[in-house]
Design a binder for this molecule. Structure first.
Ligand SMILES: Cc1cc2nc3c(=O)[nH]c(=O)nc-3n(C[C@H](O)[C@H](O)[C@H](O)COP(=O)(O)OP(=O)(O)OC[C@H]3O[C@@H](n4cnc5c(N)ncnc54)[C@H](O)[C@@H]3O)c2cc1C
Length: 302
């Protein structure tokens, strides 16, 4: 415990993606003692090339952006430890202790920036190749623009699949909703909306989906019909990685999205959340904005 007292940090940042690394830069520049604990699985790694990050008119590959953000944090001597934090607790004096196996770190404040995960469809052949080739996409807010003039399939049930199909259809493409259900299961007002937006509903649920580099997406329906698309959007939802914060008493919605106040503080005093874990608009710009707000709020309390 003496060692931990000696090493009392100003802030621990759990998660070293877009939000965590931005918080590291801000707190480093505020000359605070901080440490990033990161399991190394940022969603940035999945982005073939992002084109909506301000300052990169030609776009930038996700892994390269991640590496630049890490370098940026190191400029201010913020250490980044590659570990998966498996427990977070509060000491009687109000400080926080994060634990990873036998190791632990203690700090007055925590920024929780653990991100979110897209639900990946099962049984799609060549899924990862399709993802790196931009044939499988997860985020129409990010890259719907790139689907102009394309044949696009949306794989998602009920409300989520419906909303995503309508949203994507706004980009001047040809959208087919692989509803995973019969057309008869869609409410008449929804059917009308889909018709107005020009979205087709596949005649039967998909049986097999296949992606291949440069060869588009082939879908075999249960009725035997074969369809071809340029792009597939799985729309199966997202889960927010809220576990450690929720266990400390932070409030979360049913899908795990953490509730925060205007300064990004959760329901637990001193525990802040930033990025995908605390928002439904999963964007780099939002994550970095959150992090700037949280880091500055903490700096002002130290
Ligand atoms: C295919 C794809 C394309 C995208 N395209 C774009 C785009 O073009 N533009 C855009 O703005 N956004 C895009 N996004 C979204 C963008 O990647 C995210 O919004 C952004 O990465 C969120 O940053 P974050 O810091 O909240 O989470 P992340 O960047 O995911 O980082 C979270 C980090 O926390 C770590 N972590 C989790 N739990 C723990 C733990 N217990 N202990 C330690 N570390 C932990 C993870 O390993 C990870 O490194 C895309 C996402 C995907 C999947």
């Amino acid at each position: 415990m003496d060692d931990m007292n000696h090493d009392l940090l100003d802030c621990l940042i759990i998660g070293g993606g877009a939000a965590g690394l931005t918080a590291a830069v801000y707190l480093g520049r505020y000359r605070r003692r901080v440490l990033v604990l990161d399991a190394g699985d940022s969603r940035l790694k999945w982005i073939p090339r992002t084109r909506n990050v301000p300052g990169f008119p030609e776009g930038i590959e996700g892994p390269e952006l991640l590496e630049r953000m890490r370098q940026h944090a190191r400029v201010y001597d913020v250490p980044i430890e590659q570990v998966l934090v498996d427990a977070l607790r509060r000491e009687p004096d109000g400080s926080f202790v994060a634990q990873a196996g036998e190791r632990s770190w203690r700090a007055r404040f925590v920024i929780y920036a653990t991100g979110a995960r897209d639900v990946v469809p099962e049984g799609v052949d060549g899924f990862h190749d399709g993802l790196s080739a931009g044939q499988v996409r997860f985020c129409p807010v990010c890259d719907g623009f790139e689907t102009q003039g394309q044949r696009v399939a949306v794989l998602g049930k009920a409300g989520h699949g419906l909303r995503e199909s309508l949203f994507i259809a706004g980009f001047g493409n040809e959208v087919t909703w692989l509803a995973m259900a019969s057309k008869d299961d869609v409410d008449p007002p929804d059917l009308e909306q889909l018709r107005e937006a020009g979205v087709r509903i596949a005649d039967s649920p998909p049986q097999q989906i296949e992606c291949g580099v440069g060869s588009g997406v082939r879908v075999k329906l249960r009725n035997g019909q074969l369809l071809e698309f340029d792009t597939l959007y799985p729309a199966l939802g997202i889960t927010h990685a809220c576990g450690l914060a929720a266990a400390l008493g932070a409030r979360a919605q049913a899908d795990g999205q953490l509730e925060v106040d205007a300064h990004q503080q959760t329901a637990v005093d001193g525990l802040y959340a930033a990025g995908d874990v605390a928002v439904d608009l999963n964007q780099i710009a939002v994550a970095t904005g959150h992090a700037a707000i949280a880091a500055t709020a903490i700096h002002n309390r130290l």
